[in-house]
Design a protein around this ligand. Structure first.
Ligand code: PLP
Ligand code: LYS
Length: 451
């Protein structure tokens, strides 16, 4: 007996039922903007990054651990370097010797803000002339080390510092332009009345310029400003270019000099969770040089060389943190998934209320998912990594979790709170894993404990 052919509606229902199963039976790229481009989800529930299995990385190097996709970092360096500008990576986002060597290979410059960052860059053989020294409280030792090493430029952040700069040095004056980048107030540095820079409106920037010019061994090469961090709008940068170009014109009139460099800092936002606002780099690359050229023409200035200082936008998305679930506790109103890391490897949720996503790695979890709190291991009730992570309901001790977009300001802000050792950084590239920074051990901790 022959069956009547299925209706279009029946075919659609069958396909819809089969599709999820089919989808999970093939490797697929992780769809959202928060994973490195190379991330692939496998039918087993594992994820590979840079061609390396995250499950294998966790087994080989332990957890918690930071994973860094080398090609993702290089791709971001190249995206920025395609602009007609000097690109100085902000070392505070993530720095180790191997990273400094990668940056040198990619033709980047480097912004350092401490003796430690400077020592790391120099130990890696990073060309000193491509280093800029930042900081609102540079010590004499740091200024001396920079001078001895032949560091390219010092970015002046206070009037008193001008007297303390050692030797013949190229300097930029850091200007506070009075621009709100609409970001978290802890990282908003373009606005008035805070510790960074010299106010444009208040005249402190103009006074600093005059003071630098009084020291003949210093060469004033340009102006700098940094609006803040995790800024998603381009408009603030356009306004910064307008205000700083007007100031360059004022300097030209008052002192008869044309400054050849304009550094408008970094701060370009990334998405930490799907749907978060991201910085529009192509829009920025199209608009900023146009505004700069227009303003320079208007003021009759030679167009200065533009410098950018992205940190987060270069490394954030290249990084992933791997955690092992230690215990799952069902509280009165929520489930707590406690992992073997936390505040010490990621203080950003507590500092800025930053939000992340997490993914179960290495097995296919229950189809049903629910929001739960991924919490750290530290002795603070606020040590909550993700208050609302959507995870399979059968999550259990021993499971592996990956938190993407942790390449910037995670390793660099890690602490040893509770004397918990800091995680390693393992770089992945073309199917191979290479530790760049090893895991800290209790012996490391005790080495500093000298009495
Ligand atoms: C002077 C300076 N330049 C560049 C950066 C890099 O910022 P981001 O990592 O947000 O690009 C910072 C940090 O905010 C900074 O203080
Ligand atoms: N540490 C901050 C950014 C500060 C930028 C340094 N000026 C963060 O994790 O977002």
């Amino acid at each position: 007996m022959s069956h009547p052919p299925p209706s279009a509606e029946e075919i659609a229902v069958t396909l819809a039922e089969l599709l999820p199963t089919f989808r999970h039976s093939l490797p697929r790229k992780l769809p959202d903007s928060i994973w490195p481009e190379s991330a692939v989800a496998l039918p087993s529930g594992d994820v590979t990054v840079g061609g390396v299995s995250l499950t294998e990385l966790a087994e080989r190097f332990g957890t918690p651990g930071y994973v860094l996709d080398v090609q993702a970092v290089r791709a971001r360096c190249r995206a920025y370097r395609s602009m007609d500008a000097e690109i100085a990576f902000a070392g505070k986002a993530f720095l180790c010797r191997r990273m400094a060597r990668l940056l040198a290979e990619e033709g980047m410059s480097l912004d350092v803000c401490s003796a430690g960052e400077l020592a790391t860059a120099l130990a890696a053989g990073f060309p000193a002339e491509r280093i800029l020294l930042h900081g609102n409280a540079k010590t004499d030792r740091e200024l001396r080390t920079a001078a001895n090493a032949g560091v390219g430029r010092v970015v002046v952040d206070s009037p008193a510092e001008i007297d303390r700069i050692v030797g013949a040095q190229d300097v930029l004056v850091r200007v506070t332009p009075g621009i709100d980048g609409h970001t978290h107030r802890a990282v908003a540095t373009g606005v008035e009345d805070q510790k960074f820079g010299l106010s444009l409106a208040g005249g402190q920037a103009a006074a600093a310029v005059a003071k630098v010019l009084q020291r003949p061994e210093l060469r004033l090469v340009g102006l700098h400003c940094h609006l803040g961090s995790q800024i998603s709008e381009v408009a603030g940068y356009e306004e910064a270019v307008r205000r700083l170009t007007a100031f360059l014109a004022e300097i030209a009139v008052r002192h008869g000099i044309t400054l050849p460099q304009l550094n408008i800092g970094g701060g370009h936002a990334v998405a930490y969770r799907p749907g978060d606002a991201e910085f529009d780099l192509p829009g920025f690359a199209a608009r900023i040089p146009r505004v700069l050229h227009y303003e320079c023409r208007k003021h009759g200035l030679v167009v200065p060389r533009l410098t950018l200082e992205p940190g987060r936008a270069i490394v954030a998305r290249a990084g992933i943190t791997l955690y092992r679930v230690v215990t799952v506790k069902h509280g009165s109103s929520r489930t707590f998934v406690a992992v073997d890391g936390g505040f010490s490897d990621n203080p950003r949720p507590e500092l800025y209320g930053s939000r992340y996503a997490a993914r179960l790695i290495g097995r296919v979890g229950a189809a049903r998912e629910r929001a739960m709190s991924v919490v750290g291991r530290h002795c603070e009730a606020g040590d909550v990594l993700i208050p609302d992570a959507v995870l399979p309901v059968d999550i259990r001790a021993g499971d592996l979790l990956a938190v993407p977009c942790t390449g910037a300001y995670h390793h660099s802000m890690a602490s040893t709170y509770n004397l918990v050792c800091r995680p390693p950084v393992v770089a992945v590239d073309d199917g191979a894993a290479e530790p760049w920074v090893r895991r800290e051990t209790e012996t490391d901790l005790l080495r500093r404990d000298v009495a």
